[in-house]
Design a binder for this molecule. Structure first.
Ligand code: BG6
Length: 368
């Protein structure tokens, strides 16, 4: 049942290329258009939307934070991302022109369910992204886009996180297509890139020996920091969450630009810091992050750097260098998250933890 793996989580990490491919299956046309037959919202309704609010908990929340960058870029519709448990208690401003996207693997998370009920009471349209057919959240939503990750047994989300990001991207590109946004013409190119992601995820899975060895070395570390910028920031957050959930270690993520506004004071000799470096190309952020790596290294941090193939700029400052396949910036989270899942899983195993059933956690939390 675990397909030769010691834990379901390891099997589910390995299944990610297929999970991503299955979530794309039947939704991309050879003409580079998207077909989302499940989007029961009419084109007129989709054209009316003037605000998107993503609600979710845990890893699904980080999938939403990742998606915000892509959705706003492609659609030019303002997109907020909020924890389900905070959402309704601040009396959010919602109306018919608000599209609320509720992301939930299980479809049963009570915080998200209550948030979506509140949104519907305010007459917002609710679209669910869910991995569990016929569960409560999709049943109570106006429409649903299923992730096709297959059942996920490990409590910590892995393949469902990746497919939630993919589903959000499909929605973003679909909105751009329907609304003929300024970006509309480029949808075909993005669809083509998305289609290459299963192979990219497979490639990154093939190069995980170094991160496994490193995790075993760091099994007694007190704390690990994660930094990233742009979509690399939610990747850092997800990496830190995985480490807390599985290894029961203190882990914290920061937007790299914030380092100088406080967290850099935490850097001391030997502190492991994981850095998600954006692709080079036209990305001005790349050079800023490389400076951050230099700064923290100069203060004694043990740097664990995730950077794309061929990026030599980080080599002098990386104590450990993890290579990522070359993909467009917005798609980098789909490859950059994978080594962080393995890092957390391996560290947890080195510490003797049950990675499928971490203490105090449940796969789906049906109380508020
Ligand atoms: C937590 C799980 O309780 O709920 C996380 O441990 C998950 O892995 C989060 O990300 C949200 O769950 P769901 O089912 O709403 O995506």
């Amino acid at each position: 049942e675990k397909g030769g793996h010691d834990y379901f989580m390891l099997k589910e990490i390995a299944e990610q290329p297929k999970a991503v491919a299955d979530t794309l299956l039947g939704r991309l046309t050879p003409q580079g258009r998207l077909r989302l037959d499940e989007m029961r919202l009419s084109h007129d309704e989709l054209r009316e939307i003037d605000k998107i609010v993503i609600i979710a908990c845990g890893s699904a929340f980080y999938a939403g934070l990742t998606a915000k960058y892509a959705i706003e870029h492609w659609t030019r519709i303002p997109c907020e991302v909020e924890l389900s448990s905070e959402f309704r208690y601040r009396d959010p401003i919602l109306n018919r022109a608000t599209l609320v996207i509720a992301i939930s693997q299980s479809g049963e998370t009570m915080d998200t369910l209550m948030a979506l009920r509140h949104a519907r009471e305010q007459r917002a349209r609710v679209l669910a992204i869910c991995n569990t057919n016929g569960s409560t959240i999709p049943r109570e939503s106006d429409a649903v886009l299923y992730t096709h990750a297959g059942p996920e047994v490990g409590v910590a989300a892995t393949k469902t996180f990746l497919t939630q990001v993919v589903a959000c991207y499909l929605i973003g590109l679909y909105l751009a297509q329907v609304r003929e946004s300024k970006f509309g013409d480029e949808v075909a190119a993005e669809v083509d890139q998305l289609d290459r992601m299963p192979a990219a995820v497979r490639a990154v899975l093939g190069t995980m020996a170094d991160i496994r060895a490193l995790a075993r070395e760091l099994a007694t570390a007190k704390s690990v920091l994660f930094i990233g910028r742009h979509v690399g920031y939610p990747v850092a957050l997800e990496g830190a969450l995985k480490l807390k959930e599985l290894a029961y270690m203190h882990a914290e993520a920061f937007a790299a630009g914030e380092l100088k506004h406080g967290p850099i004071a935490l850097i001391e000799e030997g502190l492991p810091v994981v850095v998600v470096v954006p692709p080079r190309g036209r990305d001005v952020l790349h050079d800023k992050i490389v400076s951050n790596v230099q700064e923290i290294r100069a203060r004694g941090a043990r740097t664990i750097v995730l950077a794309e193939e061929g990026d030599e700029s980080v080599v002098p400052w990386a104590d450990t260098l993890i290579r990522l396949p070359r993909v467009p910036t917005l798609l980098q989270p789909l490859v950059a998250t994978v080594p962080l899942q393995i890092f957390a899983c391996e560290l947890a195993m080195a510490r003797g933890n049950d990675v499928d059933q971490p203490r105090n956690l449940a796969k789906s939390v049906t109380v508020e």
